[in-house]
Design a binder for this molecule. Structure first.
Ligand SMILES: Cc1cc2nc3c(=O)[nH]c(=O)nc-3n(C[C@H](O)[C@H](O)[C@H](O)COP(=O)(O)OP(=O)(O)OC[C@H]3O[C@@H](n4cnc5c(N)ncnc54)[C@H](O)[C@@H]3O)c2cc1C
Length: 457
């Protein structure tokens, strides 16, 4: 393949990351974006999810920084909160368990909390500074397939030639349809019917009422509505409530505060009640997590690659989508440097390797701990139950909590599989808790008996 011109369809986070990688390996890169792109950090019509709370995983921050050196420093200079001392700054609840994050972590890591529009803008301005990247504000009709390979795209009926086209058009990608039109198979799809609804308000809360900068209370089987609160660079809080398994979230600020009273620490819920909601509530529906299995196709045309959410979109309440996209940028770089027999096969197989562990653990959590619908492999239930035990122990064991937080942040390893040593620690910890609870119950019932009035025969 000659490397004269590459085209990227879609200039959201995925497209921007792909454009950066391509700019180092092609003479020129053209990014097509159909949406109006604001000059500064602002929400966009074509990225409706940007209005809702977005958590940037620590791994994603690292990957974005390696792609765009200086990004994190610039974000912090622009007021993006940085969490160096996580134990004081985070309240984290997952599947009905509140993790023991108040303890000192042995190996602390830094987290950054940019809003979705801010992160995209910081990245976009870097990409637009690249001398060989051009942004065209127009909608791509479709790629051009010459019977052998993709050779460009049409835009408003005009053909633009390219050696490689990247489809970064997000969840709504039409690549499966195009493949079929060109005589290829559509990819099969792995799906999980999560039935998620989001409702988000921006809120201004008076300073100094509480230390936490990230407040997450995930949903569970028993409590199918969750809440996330992130303190953003503009001094406001993003307050997102979400329902899973088609349970609707609250639809106004009063309802959100009532939910906070139920599931947040009292001092945070009380502070939220003193907050002033700004603007309107934004809503979003996310019925299905979807992984298009391009890695399983035997035949795939050269000249085009799917990227970002166009390949896999993950349950957004786990906060992983942007980080998974950042990992694909690394796969693209390595695949371009060493394409093997087929660039597409090399890239999609590498993407599969990082998607599988994260997708699978999400699916286990969704099906077993979150009441998602659909068939599941037999082993999901025992794994989910074991994980429930693990999270239960992590409530009071900081070593387990730290391990979970690091893996959840996609650091160290993408597999959420504790070592035998950690499993042993979990069992011992839960046995101790169980024994202590049994003793306390015995004491309580003895006290009740002793204080009960004597009954006469
Ligand atoms: C409610 C919600 C909450 C989320 N929360 C988190 C979170 O907490 N943490 C996290 O990491 N991730 C989160 N995500 C996921 C995250 O938003 C995505 O992973 C991320 O936006 C990357 O997407 P993308 O660039 O692949 O696609 P998108 O952001 O969907 O962008 C696709 C782009 O392609 C453009 N486009 C489409 N068709 C054309 C065309 N024909 N021509 C030109 N341009 C076109 C669109 O205008 C758009 O700009 C969340 C997602 C949702 C839905």
């Amino acid at each position: 393949m000659t490397r004269t011109h590459a085209i990227v369809i879609g200039a959201s986070l995925g497209g921007l990351c792909a454009a950066k990688v391509l700019s180092e390996r092609f003479e020129r890169v053209t990014l097509f974006e159909r949406d109006d792109l604001p000059d500064g950090p602002a929400n966009r019509a074509a990225v409706p999810q940007g209005r809702h709370v977005h958590l940037l995983m620590a791994r994603g921050a690292k990957e974005f920084e390696s792609l765009f050196p200086g990004l994190l420093e610039d974000m912090v200079a622009a007021g993006v909160p940085i969490l160096e001392n996580r134990p004081d700054c985070i309240h984290f609840g997952a599947a009905g368990h509140v993790l023991g994050t108040q303890h000192t972590l042995q190996d602390e890591f830094t987290a950054y909390v940019p809003s979705r529009p801010h992160l995209e803008w910081q990245i976009r301005r870097r990409v637009l500074e690249l001398s060989n990247v051009t942004l065209v504000n127009d909608s791509v009709d479709e790629p051009v397939f010459d019977g052998q390979r993709v050779t460009g795209v049409t835009v408003g009926g005009t053909t633009v030639d390219a050696d490689l086209v990247i489809d970064a058009t997000g969840r709504g990608t039409r690549l499966p349809v195009w493949l079929e039109q060109w005589g290829f198979e559509r990819p099969s799809e792995d799906t999980v019917e999560v039935g998620i609804g989001y409702a988000t308000h921006q809120v201004r809360i008076p300073d100094g009422l509480f230390a936490e900068k990230v407040v997450v209370a995930g949903a569970s089987r028993e409590q199918p509505v969750g809440l996330g609160m992130l303190y953003y660079e503009d001094g406001n809080w993003g307050l997102t409530t979400f329902g899973i398994a088609k349970v609707p979230p609250p639809n106004d600020f009063a309802g959100m505060c009532a939910l906070a009273d139920e599931i947040l620490p009292p001092h945070v819920a009380a502070a939220l009640r003193l907050g002033e909601p700004i603007g309107e509530v934004a809503f979003h529906k996310y019925p299905t997590s979807r992984w298009r299995r391009y890695d399983k196709l035997d035949r795939f045309p050269e000249g085009i690659l799917p990227f970002g959410d166009a390949v896999a979109s993950f349950n957004p309440t786990f906060g992983q989508g942007m980080t998974m996209t950042s990992l694909q940028a690394g796969h693209l770089r390595r695949a371009l440097d060493d394409p093997g027999e087929s660039l597409a096969a090399t890239f999609t197989k590498a993407t599969k390797k990082t998607t599988w562990p994260v997708w699978t653990m999400n699916a286990v959590g969704d099906m077993v701990l979150h009441r998602a619908e659909g068939p599941m492999p037999w082993w999901y239930r025992p794994v989910g139950s074991l994980f429930d035990q693990f999270l239960g122990a992590a409530e009071t064991d900081p070593v387990l909590a730290e391990w979970f937080l690091r893996r959840f942040s996609l650091l160290d390893n993408l597999y959420m599989v504790p070592s035998a040593k950690l499993v042993g620690r979990t069992v011992r910890h839960n046995m101790r808790l169980w024994a202590a609870e049994k003793k306390a119950r015995g004491r309580r019932s003895r006290e009740t008996v002793a204080s009960a009035p004597a009954t006469s025969a």
